[in-house]
Design a protein around this ligand. Sequence first.
Ligand SMILES: [Zn+2]
Ligand SMILES: [Zn+2]
Length: 428
Amino acid sequence: MKRKPLALFILIFHCACALYLVSCGIKNGDTQIEENEESKHEHAYGEWVTVTEPTCTKEGLKQQKCTCGKVVSEKILNLGHKVTNDVCTICGALPSEGLEYKLSEDGTYYIVLSIGTCTEVDIIIPSIYKEIPVTIIGDSAFYFCTSLTSVTIPNSITNIGDSAFEGCANLTSIIIPNSVMNIGSSAFGGYKDVKGDKGFMSVNYIGNIEGWCNINFGNISPFRCVEMLYINGELVTELVIPDTVTEIKSSAFSGCKSLTCVTIPDSVTSIGDSAFNYCTSLTGITIPDSVTSVGDYSFSGCTGLTSVTMGTGVTSIGDRAFSGCTRLISVTIGTGVTSIGVDSFSDCTGLTSIIIPDGVTSIAPTAFQGCKSLKSVTIPDSVTSIGLGAFNGCDNLTIYCEAESKPNGWDSRWNYSNCPVVWGYTAE
Ligand SMILES: [Zn+2]
Ligand SMILES: [Zn+2]
């Protein structure tokens, strides 16, 4: 029995470390991670050496070497055609011919409708067609054009339609100019085969973070298959959202696997649906007090997320907001939260305890379903409604309720899995 306090200490220590590491390392300088690796040999890399030069359409490769022999490789983004006066000033390529267009009803712009008779694999969309600007890439314009290896989107384009490049499995990178304001659902969605999602490897947005945050994205993440998001050629890893941004729009960073850490400023008031879902490298998130709503699916499938801290402004947690965050061990639900959405924390199999803050009035059906490690939940007497199976499949759970007995507003099958309940519980 003597070992128990030590084990407990180690557990607490680990939790503290985890919490410490997720803070982006910005507040106290950038040396936190390095301190942890002090004992190891510190690699001293030389200059980057270009092994393969990038071209307009193909990525290059660069490497740097440590004295110990370790080599780090990084790809160099393709340059993209630089088309001025209808010719690429780098390689001399001309805009593609044979694309199908439609003139807008008012006759002021063209819409690219389809690949038409064009057989090129390296498509260059012109900025002007028959002396009228080309501003829209239509819905499904290049849907499942699997032969395409590159597409140049000119900076006359403002809208990219739904599914415009969906299924273009051989596009490995795409450059988005900052003229683009709307990107439709599944615009760059890959497709599924037996090995899972296939599709884009990288997106390079030629603009700044604010510009990216101002784009309206379709409800179904346009970049579901993106591995790497670059903004102005820089890989987005530790993202600091500027304080000129007031909302993080739906799907803004959905599927961005390069993202490890995000700092949300207190100018932001809402986090849109699917804003960060499937950001599998994201380790922690702190939602500032200014944010009032956390959208549906906003962090679902963030399997690297270990810690969530919510500010006092959050009133509602969307449906499936944190669903499937399997490594989540620490959640601080904001003290302003009144409603917890359907499946909001379902299948968070790493969660061990949850304190529902006083002020929450409703817990939706299956909110904590499948949280197999959950041992304790504390429910204050402010909760007037709990939906069907809110703690379904939480096999190790004891539920501590401030209420003396089941309130009328709780579903008759709220405790569908018959977890032990302690009624009349008072926290010390
Ligand atoms: Zn080394
Ligand atoms: Zn070129």
